[in-house]
Ligand binder design. Structure first.
Ligand SMILES: NC(=O)c1ccc[n+]([C@@H]2O[C@H](COP(=O)([O-])OP(=O)(O)OC[C@H]3O[C@@H](n4cnc5c(N)ncnc54)[C@H](O)[C@@H]3O)[C@@H](O)[C@H]2O)c1
Length: 312
């Protein structure tokens, strides 16, 4: 059993990680300000774990609940790429300042392990496919830049102080509990809504745009695995994807089959700034996961569609 502080525990990804942590008997402190996460998701854990409602910037609100043996899983973030372009200062406040305050708390408390959510957004316009952890950063938004800055702080502080840092660059995450509004412009929930309603989806470009879609249940298992395994190095960065490129046309084909709709997509002009192709090189991740099996896309989509049908 480990003592774990998880930020962003009420969010899409955080709530799945929290479910696994509690099911595995870990001693958990959950921190969230419920700005985009849902308070109801934590209700079932009241009395079982420590829940602290606060902005991560207010470290004094949760400092008494962290110890040198606490592992920090930091998932709280201002997650909207477009909104970070509109209002970079809001993104900076949570994504840089908040993360930095958490790092300083880790330094002061002598915390040993710190895992932090990073993003494929750090690669941005880098044309290398698949994206490799050593590829240069080319973020196209304040959100992506702020994730780069966090990694840079982590690399330096791992040298200077006692905490070891692991940054997990998530690719496109999907699955139950993903928000239909705000946050990421998430394509899967939008296509699923269209499939359920038997409507044509709008696809920007010719549909050959690709992404690396990772199922949130798989991602949560990977995060918990990495957080609870011993780390032998001071600083690591991992791509967290499946290593498989899936086009939007393929995605709609799968979703429309599951939803039994024959509607064809309406294609519109490609949006400026949209990246054509994105896929993770996952050799480094496979090196630590060993026998991990990813949920097949079709099964993951079926489960996700069931979820959205349930909340209709
Ligand atoms: N969803 C994806 O496809 C994706 C891809 C790459 C990276 N990520 C990263 O994964 C992490 C989780 O993202 P998500 O998709 O679950 O988003 P989410 O919005 O569902 O979850 C973020 C959580 O953080 C909380 N939060 C936000 N600002 C806070 C603050 N200042 N103090 C305390 N809590 C705060 C929110 O209330 C929410 O519960 C983020 O760091 C995000 O950048 C997500």
């Amino acid at each position: 059993m480990s003592h774990i502080l998880i930020t962003g525990a009420a969010g899409f990804i955080g709530s799945h990680v929290l479910d696994l942590l509690v099911a595995s008997g870990h001693d958990v402190v959950a921190v969230d300000d419920f700005s985009s996460g849902s308070r109801e998701r934590l209700e079932k854990y009241e009395g079982k774990i420590k829940i602290i409602e606060t902005d991560i910037n207010n470290t004094e609100a949760y400092a008494d609940h962290v110890y040198p043996n606490t592992t920090i899983i930091h998932l709280a973030a201002f997650v909207s790429v477009p909104k970070s372009i509109e209002n970079p200062d809001l993104s900076f406040k949570t994504n840089v300042s908040g993360t930095h305050k958490l790092m300083i708390l880790a330094k002061e408390k002598g915390i040993v392990r710190f895992l932090s959510a990073s993003s494929a957004a750090v690669y941005g316009n880098n044309p290398n496919i698949p994206s490799h952890e050593n590829d240069p950063h080319a973020p196209t938004s304040p959100y992506g830049l702020h994730k780069v800055i966090n990694e840079e702080f982590g690399a330096l502080y791992a040298e200077l102080y006692s905490t070891a840092y692991t940054f997990l660059r998530f690719f496109n995450v999907f699955g139950p509990r993903q928000s239909l509004s705000g946050g990421y412009p998430a394509v899967i929930p939008i296509l699923i809504q269209k499939g359920i309603k038997d409507e044509s989806p709008t696809i920007f470009g010719d549909g050959n745009t690709t992404r690396d879609f990772i199922y949130v249940h798989d991602l949560a298992r990977i995060i918990v695995h990495i957080a609870t395994e011993p780390q032998h190095t001071r600083f690591e960065v991992y791509n967290i994807g499946t290593g498989t490129e899936v086009s939007l046309n393929t995605l709609w084909k799968e979703i429309s089959e599951i939803c039994s709709t024959k509607k064809e997509p309406e294609y519109r002009e490609k949006r400026t700034g949209d990246i054509d192709k994105s896929v993770a090189h996952i050799g480094k991740l496979q090196g630590i996961l060993k026998d991990f099996t990813f949920t097949p896309l079709q099964k993951a989509l079926e489960e996700t569609i069931q979820y959205y049908k349930g909340i209709e």
